[in-house]
Structures are given as structure tokens and as C-alpha cells.
Design a protein around this ligand. Structure first.
Ligand SMILES: Nc1ncnc2c1ncn2[C@@H]1O[C@H](COP(=O)(O)OP(=O)(O)OP(=O)(O)O)[C@@H](O)[C@H]1O
Ligand SMILES: [Mg+2]
Length: 237
């Protein structure tokens, strides 16, 4: 088995896919065979009668892996809702054993597997089963992405506290600058957080113009690789 990491966020739309894809590209460049998984994706548009899970497609492209899309994302759901709710409205029940066996299959053939959640840590996959439960059964350490803006301190501390309560191993968090203009909150969040939690900040990602292609350089410069050491140590090489 290779090693794995679960990328969660403080909310939906905070940059999980953006960060996960950059991390995947970086690991790939460093010589690792990288697997990816998005256990459930909701809000999938249809094109030519096929659902298009955009996050799963982006992760697949970033990794260059040959895992079929149906395995990268076993649950592709139409409505932009929490997976448990979207599944129920399509008459489906998400099978956690299936997710575990797909993850084990991907992990056994890749050095490192990067798994992206949907929304935040307590988003449900089943009416009373969350992504935090999934990360725990998959024995994955987590990394939390937060949008670096006003509110990030509270959202991050709530997420980190819940992760600790649920026995998850948190590697660190990333502060992601989603807007072009840097607010005072964005400039001061990192230091304020360092006084409030012992969980390390893995880095601050700047705003990234969509036209730029050097996503790997961006995170290579900003990420504290010491935080990823437990992941890299357990990877197949
Ligand atoms: N640092 C950044 N600079 C510029 N744009 C960014 C940055 N981070 C994220 N974005 C953009 O913000 C949008 C939301 O990011 P992303 O899709 O990665 O969020 P997410 O947390 O994965 O959302 P979801 O909960 O839907 O999976 C995307 O269009 C993404 O390209
Ligand atoms: Mg995403």
C-alpha cells in the first residue's frame, strides 16, 4: 500500500481542488506515482448524456494517472447538494465499503494517493456518516484548505477542533488567497492562528491568475515540506 492524504476544506469553494491539483503535480514532478480520488462529486453537469465530474477530471489530468474516472469518482451526482442528500434524491445509497475497496485498489498501485472531499469535513456521505468518518476509516491524515479572508480564523479553528475530536491526524492547513486584493484579514490571519492552535500552517498560497501555468512553482515556493514528511516517508518509492 502507498500512502495517502485527505484534502478537506473549511467550506465549499475554498480551493481544495486548486491546491490538490498543484500538490499532485508537484509530487508527480518529484517522481512519485500519484493516484487521485474524489469519492463523491455533486453538481455534475451533463455533456453528451454523460456526467462530468469537474474536480475528478482536474485531479486525473493533474496526476496523469490511468485510473478510470468511475474509480476516481465512484459517486457522480447531479444536484449541487451534500452527497448524502443528492444521492438520496437520485434513489442511491453511497456504499462506504465500495469507497474503501476502490481507495485500497488505487493506493495499492500508486505511491501516494490524494483524496479530495466535498465541501467541509462534516459534509455527509450518508445521513449520519461524514467525510470525517471516511478519512478515519481510510486512515488518512488530513490537510485543511481555508480561504484566506475574514472569517478564516473561526472556520479553521472549528474544523481543526472537530478533526481532533474525531481522532483524525491533521498534518496542517493551507491559507489560500482567493481574491486579487490582499485584505488586512488575509495579511494577519496566519499570525493570529499561530497563537490559537498548535497545528502548523503548511503555507500561504497567493492569488493565482487563471492564465498562469506555473502552478507547481507556486506551491513549491510556498509549501512547508516538513509537514508532508509523514506522507512521503510512507510512500512507495
Ligand atoms: N489561489 C487562487 N487564486 C485564484 N483562483 C483560485 C485560487 N484558489 C482557488 N481559486 C479558484 O476558485 C474557485 C474555487 O476553487 P476550488 O474549485 O479549488 O474550490 P473547492 O474547495 O475545490 O470547491 P468544491 O467544494 O466545489 O470542491 C475555482 O475557480 C479556482 O480556480
Ligand atoms: Mg473541489
Amino acid at each position: 500500500m502507498g500512502s495517502g492524504i485527505f484534502i478537506t476544506g473549511t467550506d465549499t469553494g475554498v480551493g481544495k481542488t486548486f491546491f490538490a491539483c498543484a500538490l499532485v503535480e508537484l509530487l508527480k514532478q518529484a517522481g512519485y506515482k500519484v493516484g487521485v480520488m474524489k469519492p463523491a462529486e455533486t453538481g455534475c453537469d451533463q455533456s453528451d448524456g454523460k456526467l462530468m465530474p469537474q474536480d475528478a477530471l482536474a485531479l486525473k489530468e493533474a496526476s496523469g494517472c490511468e485510473i478510470p474516472l468511475e474509480k476516481i469518482c465512484p459517486y457522480q451526482l447531479r444536484e449541487p447538494l451534500a452527497p448524502s442528500v443528492a444521492a438520496e434524491r437520485e434513489g442511491l445509497i453511497i456504499d462506504i465499503d465500495r469507497l474503501m475497496s476502490v481507495y485500497n485498489e488505487i493506493s495499492s498501485t500508486h505511491d501516494i494517493t490524494v483524496v479530495e472531499g466535498a465541501g467541509g469535513l462534516l459534509v455527509p456521505l450518508l445521513p449520519s456518516y461524514t467525510f470525517a468518518d471516511l478519512a478515519r476509516v481510510l486512515k488518512l491524515p488530513i490537510l485543511v484548505v481555508a480561504a484566506n479572508r475574514l472569517g478564516a480564523i473561526n472556520h479553521l479553528l472549528l474544523t481543526l477542533e472537530q478533526a481532533a475530536c474525531r481522532g483524525l491526524h491533521v498534518l496542517g492547513y493551507v491559507l489560500n488567497q482567493m481574491e486579487n486584493e490582499l485584505s488586512v484579514a488575509a495579511e494577519t490571519n496566519r499570525e493570529a492562528l499561530s497563537m490559537l492552535t498548535g497545528v502548523p500552517c503548511a503555507g500561504e498560497l497567493p492569488y493565482f491568475e487563471a492564465s498562469r501555468l506555473d502552478r507547481v512553482d507556486l506551491i513549491e515556493e510556498r509549501l512547508d515540506f516538513r509537514i508532508l514528511q509523514p506522507l512521503l516517508r510512507r510512500a512507495n518509492t
